[in-house]
Design a protein around this ligand. Structure first.
Ligand SMILES: *[C@@H]1O[C@H](CO)[C@@H](O)[C@H](O)[C@H]1NC(C)=O
Ligand SMILES: *[C@@H]1O[C@H](CO)[C@@H](O)[C@H](O)[C@H]1NC(C)=O
Length: 332
């Protein structure tokens, strides 16, 4: 009897915590149970993450939102960023920032930086269609740490970002009705914290496959109070991303889960969210259809009223769960 108990405990332990050996393969992953997960860095390269590794509190005292860097891109400097320093108004006045133009803010995820692929891809798309200020947030000083540490530091990254944006608009001018915050993975939760820090005034907040591990039921996670209109695009729901609706409108391309068309693995599906978003900024071509419920979204059988996914429309408003089918490669 004793032996049986020990044996079954051992089996349970192994099922939950066995080290997955095939890089990139998250097929073992059970949300809320599995200890290990393969997670992509800013270039999509998979790293094995131990979700039970405690956050490094000593590291968090030195690396947090205070290390955020803010890189401004405009049509006058589409590839060479101008660094805006919080508290130094000269860095704004000597930059190409235009107070009356749209302000889009991009925040990368774990193990990324300001140069991570999503940033130039979305920046290029936005500047092609809009004479905007694009601020890329580089929080690599913290994002490059253990996932558990980076994740625990996300609220700080968001708070500093929120305070920075309030300072920027108070100092140099700007209009919250022109502000669109966009974050991928952990970055989606960071922009949500920033949005709430700014009183929910940003007209749009977009979460691109908001990070799932350590974020289910987390009070700092993205939610509809982060801005006037909050949209989430779910592409690896239940693994690297949250599957539950988390905004005013939630889009579930191709069922919202892995594998997305053209992807075999969840790291690819997770990154697909920012590629889809960049594509809709350029072409605004992906129509969602309203779903009766999340189950209908998951089987991609939604057929209600249509609503565009993504795009850069600052007056966008809506709510509900939407499904759609996309292509397997750009522009999807
Ligand atoms: C980003 O890219 C630029 C240009 O290649 C380089 O100078 C800079 O050091 C990079 N920054 C980071 C954080 O990787
Ligand atoms: C999306 O909807 C627009 C109308 O809003 C329509 O013109 C277009 O053909 C639709 N696109 C697709 C791929 O169905």
């Amino acid at each position: 009897m004793k032996l049986l108990v020990v044996l079954s405990a051992l089996v349970a332990l192994c099922a939950g915590s066995a080290t997955p050996v095939v890089p990139d393969d998250n097929s073992h992953y059970v949300e809320g149970e599995s200890r290990y997960i393969w997670m992509p860095d800013g270039e999509g390269v998979p790293h094995l993450v131990d979700l039970q590794e405690p956050a490094n509190q000593a590291f968090l005292r030195n690396r947090n939102g205070a290390n955020n860097q803010y890189w401004l891109y405009t049509r006058l400097n589409p590839t060479d960023p101008q660094v805006i320093v919080h508290g130094d108004a000269d860095t704004i006045s000597s930059s190409n920032y235009v107070a009356s133009s749209p302000l889009m803010v991009l925040v990368h995820g774990w193990n990324g930086d300001g140069n991570s692929t999503m940033n130039p891809t979305i920046t290029d798309a936005l500047l092609a269609v809009s004479d905007a200020n694009v601020i890329v947030v580089d929080w690599s000083a913290l994002a490059s740490s253990l996932y558990s540490t980076a994740s625990a530091g996300v609220p700080s990254v968001g708070q500093y970002l929120g305070n920075f944006l309030v300072w920027l608009i108070n100092t140099a001018g700007g209009d919250w009705d022109n502000v669109h915050l966009v974050g991928h993975s952990l970055g989606a939760h960071a922009v949500a914290v920033a949005g709430r820090m700014a009183g929910g005034l940003a007209t749009r907040v977009t979460g691109l496959d908001p990070a799932g591990p350590l974020w289910r039921g987390n009070d700092d996670a993205i939610s509809s109070n982060a801005g006037t209109y909050v949209e989430c695009i779910h592409t690896d729901g239940g693994i690297l991303g949250l599957f539950n609706p988390s905004g005013d409108a939630d889009f579930y391309p191709n069922g919202g889960r892995n594998p997305q068309p053209g992807c075999l693995i969840s790291t690819c599906s997770h990154s697909r969210s920012h590629q889809l978003f960049a594509s809709t900024v350029r072409y605004n071509h992906l129509n969602g259809s309203l779903c009766d419920d999340i189950n209908q979204a998951q089987i991609n059988q939604c057929s209600g009223a249509t609503f565009k996914m993504g795009n850069s429309d600052l007056s966008k408003q809506g709510n509900g769960i939407y499904g759609l089918t996309t292509g397997a490669s750009w522009p999807f």
